[in-house]
Design a protein around this ligand. Structure first.
Ligand SMILES: [Cu+2]
Length: 344
């Protein structure tokens, strides 16, 4: 949670820039590392290898399973401000420590909020959209951020923030300007989180709070699965090689993921950091090793030296919240294992 929040911090020397891990080329590689970190943490807690299952949101049948009482729990109760009132992550049980910003999410909810499907005219992505994404010719396209051409850039199409005109700083965190519609990854965040009757974004719909909803992991595992499909068909291309925003170039480090071996390899992505539920092809691993001379996809910590946290509340407070996050104990082992086995 702290890593996710910290990735959204603006550069103080370039207002409106920063927030890598989101809204740019490293969205998919950074989140792969983030998923891997969660799997490792779960493995530690459970004492045996754990893998995040993916949620194929293009399959309407999946909703019954994913939002079942004994798995992720149901949608929020409209009579209780869209708080999730039953299931393992219900109100009173799954307490949130990271609550986002007053300015972007005045609800600052203590518990999980899911206003599923509440945004007018928004529906879950369909398989055809995934096919359109997979047909994109390049991993990403200049200028590499929210304004990259969706017809060319796979990353941008999957990211799904349409019509954004740029980024701005809000309370020290990067926010998008002018987004009016979303695709794929973005749609799922907005569809599940939704907007409450008071007009506040639900947990998954606010970038700062999205990992609070355990659905986040299933959603990003699926996003990663789609990315792996594109990469496998496109020689694990990663762009930009250089000249892009810092933190987003091929050999920039995937802060804060550290390597035990000392390798400086943040990209290209590879199945050296597999989502064990669905794919670890030896072909992919070999290709990664060939390109990088390494079997480790971990990286040194990366933090620009001239980047500082804003002095005022905002992000510092959010980080403080994050450090109190106890997190994993309530993850339901049996449900996860069952889901994973089903998908194999
Ligand atoms: Cu996301």
């Amino acid at each position: 949670m702290a890593a996710h929040v910290r990735k959204l911090v603006c550069y103080t020397d370039e207002p409106g820039q920063g927030g890598y891990g989101h809204n740019g080329s490293d969205l998919l590689t950074w989140h792969r590392a983030f998923l891997r970190e969660f799997e490792t943490a779960m493995t530690t807690v459970m004492g045996k290898p754990m893998a995040i299952p993916y949620w194929d949101w293009t399959d309407p049948e999946s909703l019954k399973t994913v939002f079942a009482e004994d798995f992720m729990g149901p949608e929020g109760d409209p009579d209780q401000n869209d708080h999730v009132m039953s299931g393992p992550f219900r109100h009173g049980k799954w307490r949130l420590n990271v609550k986002g910003f007053e300015s972007t999410n005045p609800g600052r909810f203590d518990y999980l909020v899911r206003a599923i499907g509440s945004i007018e005219g928004m529906a879950l992505p369909v398989g055809e959209e995934v096919q359109q994404a997979l047909a994109r010719p390049q991993y990403d396209a200049a200028p590499w951020g929210v304004t990259a051409d969706n017809d060319v850039s796979f990353r941008s199409f999957v990211d799904g923030m349409l019509n954004a005109s740029g980024l701005a700083c809000d309370g020290g965190a990067v926010t998008m300007v002018g987004t009016t519609a979303t695709l794929l990854h973005g749609t799922v965040h907005m569809w599940v989180g939704g907007t409450t009757r008071e007009g506040h974004p639900g947990s998954l719909a606010d970038t700062l709070t999205s990992p609070n909803d355990p659905v986040f992991w299933l959603h990003h595992a699926n996003t990663d699965r789609i990315a792996e499909t594109w990469w496998a068909a496109n020689r694990y291309e990663y762009l930009p090689r250089s000249g892009g925003p810092r933190g987003n170039n091929l050999n920039d480090r995937l802060w804060p993921y550290t390597s035990t071996s000392g390798d400086v390899v943040a990209r290209p992505p590879s199945s050296a950091m597999p989502m064990t539920c669905w794919s670890t092809s030896t072909r992919a691993r070999r290709s990664f090793r060939r390109r990088t001379g390494s079997s480790s996809a971990a990286a040194h910590p990366y933090m620009p030296t001239n980047r500082a946290f804003p002095a005022d509340g905002g992000i510092a407070a959010a980080l403080d919240d994050a450090s109190q996050n106890k997190g994993l104990e309530s993850v339901r082992r049996s449900s996860l294992q069952r889901q994973c086995a089903r998908r194999r």
